[in-house]
Design a protein around this ligand. Structure first.
Ligand code: PLP
Length: 395
């Protein structure tokens, strides 16, 4: 039996390779940082979600070490059997305080949070109205739920309104959006979305994974930036990006919703609790984020500096202010060659092309961190200039 199945699998791998879509992983030796050893070479890292530079921050490491000694390595249990420590309850309270919500429930990842939230709360009489560019975990979570599914074009408020009208007969309607769209660095217009939700009697869920910890005056995310923190019904997010970069996710919102998720959300009920060192590291990350906030200011300055230098050097960027900065090249082959040239000259960036982004809109997505130095940012720009000269000599 296995022989034909092996051929079937190999055939798919060959198709992926022929389409030029094989993902190759470079092994990093040492911790995640702005400078890493990858495949034996030292490279400046401009493609991690390490927005606040906390992934190897000594304060998080110290908290995680201490928690390892005090609380142990792992719980060998899901939460409701014997996997809840005081530490987990403390992190849930801290996330609620930080976001200004009633209650929070932890998951092993934001993928799991999004995988569990819809099925537990909605059923066939309801409608879920989702932005077309939402994260894969939202798409999958929505598919696991029996509610009617409607989609609106990315950030298109006229289309959202049309879908709300189309779902007017549903028992409940919920609008679902990423706070920040990861391929473009664009914000969801949450003020307009909340207005439409109110006008059409819908709930709002925001997955703020690419914003929590650094967007908004206090780093509380996209809802804070748009002044709608108290109008968003449900927040989901990750601890695996700005908030330390390890793992874990959450759903946060009203108390009764969170309580129902504790009873019903399958990835919560049937998957292990977050390991104690990670819980403690995330608490330390929240301490930093709620503290002086210099990391947030550095991140903002770094994104602005990179955008300015790249614009002066004649590159086309998608406009914005998020530390995700897409450098647009259009052609997939040119984009891949530029990224490869930069990597072999010490700057680690990643090219994205169809089907991850629209055809003809290939790009290198640069991600700034608070701990990049101005010198490192200038080196990244220089690497872009050199790669452009090597790959596109006519330009
Ligand atoms: C990264 C990301 C996730 C997945 O987070 P994990 O905690 O790594 O599972 C979910 N949603 C969005 C919008 C993301 O950007």
């Amino acid at each position: 039996m296995y022989g034909t199945f092996a051929q079937h699998v190999q055939g798919q791998l060959d198709e992926i390779a022929e389409a030029g879509l094989t993902k190759r992983e470079r092994a990093i030796v040492g911790p995640q940082s702005t400078e890493v050893m990858a495949d034996g070479a030292r490279v400046l890292n401009f493609c991690a979600n390490n927005y606040l530079g906390l992934a190897d921050d000594p304060r998080l490491l110290a908290a995680a070490h201490a928690a390892l000694d005090e609380w142990g390595y792992g719980l060998a249990s899901v939460r409701f059997i014997c996997g809840t420590q005081e530490l987990h309850l403390e992190l849930e309270r801290r996330v609620s305080t930080f976001l200004g919500t009633d209650a929070t429930i932890l998951f092993s990842s934001c993928f799991d949070a999004n995988g569990g939230v819809f099925e537990a709360l909605f059923s066939a009489e309801d409608a879920i109205i989702s932005d077309a560019l939402n994260h894969a975990s939202l798409i999958d979570g929505i598919r696991l739920c029996k509610a009617r599914r409607l989609r609106y074009a990315n950030r298109d408020m006229a289309d959202l309104e049309a879908q709300l009208v189309a779902a007017a007969d549903a028992r409940f309607r919920i609008i679902v959006t990423d706070g920040v769209f990861s391929m473009d660095g664009y914000f969801a217009p949450l003020d307009e979305i909340c207005d439409l939700a109110e006008a059409h009697d819908a709930l709002v869920l925001v997955d703020d994974s690419h914003a929590v910890g650094f967007v908004g005056e206090h780093g509380r995310g996209t809802p804070e930036r748009f002044g709608v923190a108290d109008r968003v019904d449900l927040y989901t997010g990750t601890f695996g990006k700005a908030l330390g970069g390890a793992s874990g996710g959450y759903v946060s919102g009203r108390a009764e919703i969170v309580e129902l998720l504790r009873q019903r959300a399958r990835p919560y009920l049937f998957s292990n609790t977050i390991a104690p060192p990670i819980v403690a590291g995330t608490l330390a990350a929240l301490d930093i984020v709620e503290g002086a906030g210099s990391e947030r200011a550095h991140l903002k300055d770094n994104a602005a500096l990179f955008r300015r230098l790249m614009t002066e050097a004649g590159f086309e960027l998608l406009e914005g202010e998020h530390p995700i900065v897409p450098v647009m090249f259009g052609d997939a082959r040119v984009t891949a060659e530029i990224a490869a040239h930069m990597q072999s000259h010490g700057v680690y960036v990643t090219a994205f092309s169809f089907p991850v982004v629209p055809r003809g809109a290939a790009r290198i997505r640069v991600q700034l961190s608070a701990v990049h130095t101005p010198g490192e940012i200038a080196a990244c720009v220089d690497a872009f200039v050199a790669a452009r000269a090597a790959v596109q000599p006519a330009a």
